[in-house]
Ligand binder design. Sequence first.
Ligand SMILES: Cc1cc2nc3c(=O)[nH]c(=O)nc-3n(C[C@H](O)[C@H](O)[C@H](O)COP(=O)(O)O)c2cc1C
Length: 371
Amino acid sequence: MSHLFSSYALGPLELANRIAIAPMCQYSANDGLATDWHMMHYGHLALSGAGLLILEATAISPEGRISPADLGLWSAAHQQALAPVVQAIRRHSPIKLAVQLAHAGRKASSAPPFEGGQALPPGQGGGWQTVAPSALPHAPTDPAPLALDEAGLAKVKADFVRAALRVHALGIEAIELHGAHGYLLHQFLSPLANRRSDQYGGSLENRMRFPLEVFDAVRAALPSEVVVGMRVSASDWVGGGWDIEQSVALAHQLKQRGAGFIHVSSGGVSPLQQIPLGPGYQVQFAQRIKAETGMPTIGVGLITEPLHAEAIVASGQADMVGLARAMLYNPRWPWHAAAALGAQAAAPPQYWRSQPRELQHLFGDTRLGQR
Ligand SMILES: Cc1cc2nc3c(=O)[nH]c(=O)nc-3n(C[C@H](O)[C@H](O)[C@H](O)COP(=O)(O)O)c2cc1C
């Protein structure tokens, strides 16, 4: 029996298998509004047979966008623009949905990667003034952010809550707070970006305070059936930065406060990072957090082979695997993995005839007698 294709209870959410489609920015929104690209992109990913689809980093405010083309959820119009995408998925797929809510902090106001990815100074190319824990730019040549004051912090927190309520109003069952990749919440955690001298900077407890306040505010605003988790970078890959020990401490805090999962990535806060890339290079961090906290854990990063994904779940290194690029390259990855592992994956009836003759049970027992 495949472990990768065993069902999983993510709190109240019943997932068909352990495959999560990791969040991927599409840089294809108009003023934060979802477009027909989102319908196409999420439409085909939703037919993949994965258990969970995590929608891209979705900005809680205009200034929280990575680029002017980021998806956002800061008004009723944004909720309305995303609704048809969610409804289409519901009509045609059993996949469970999450949205990643994000504020990019000092890494906001950049060109989309396929337009160069460079920082956009305020007023140039649609750029704006960024905000961050401290007035330190990400790279020395980037425009400096403004350090958030008390009112600024309160606004960010309120924006997270409002966006989370919109996710819930869309009928989406889970929220991933973006605490990774050098964006705002990670900037608070990492001593490389956070040089504050108030209660939000300095000690580990102080650096965790704002991300945990945001978590608490979002968790408190939603009914318990909505799963709220966090994506973290478990290491900055820079000496003196955020690391796995601090990540374990954060995970303990999140667990106590009712977090439903932790999605364990790494890096992104410093251009000085040295990342030893290789298959499953971040899974060790997920393993450590899962072993020490018992928190439902998603491992991610260069997991591309079905047998590797199976081994990660079977050995208990992580409860789920997150896949990003492999899902773009092959959006039917879960079907092929199910074929390789002798398991079953969901497919829409319109595609059932694609089932290979020698794999008559690939799309499940519902296929029997349908031809
Ligand atoms: C096109 C693209 C967009 C991405 N956008 C996001 C994002 O919105 N939020 C996020 O946390 N990570 C984002 N990532 C990182 C992925 O979620 C994932 O962690 C990373 O690609 C490593 O997994 P992989 O080796 O399976 O691709 C993105 C990656 C890609 C390739």
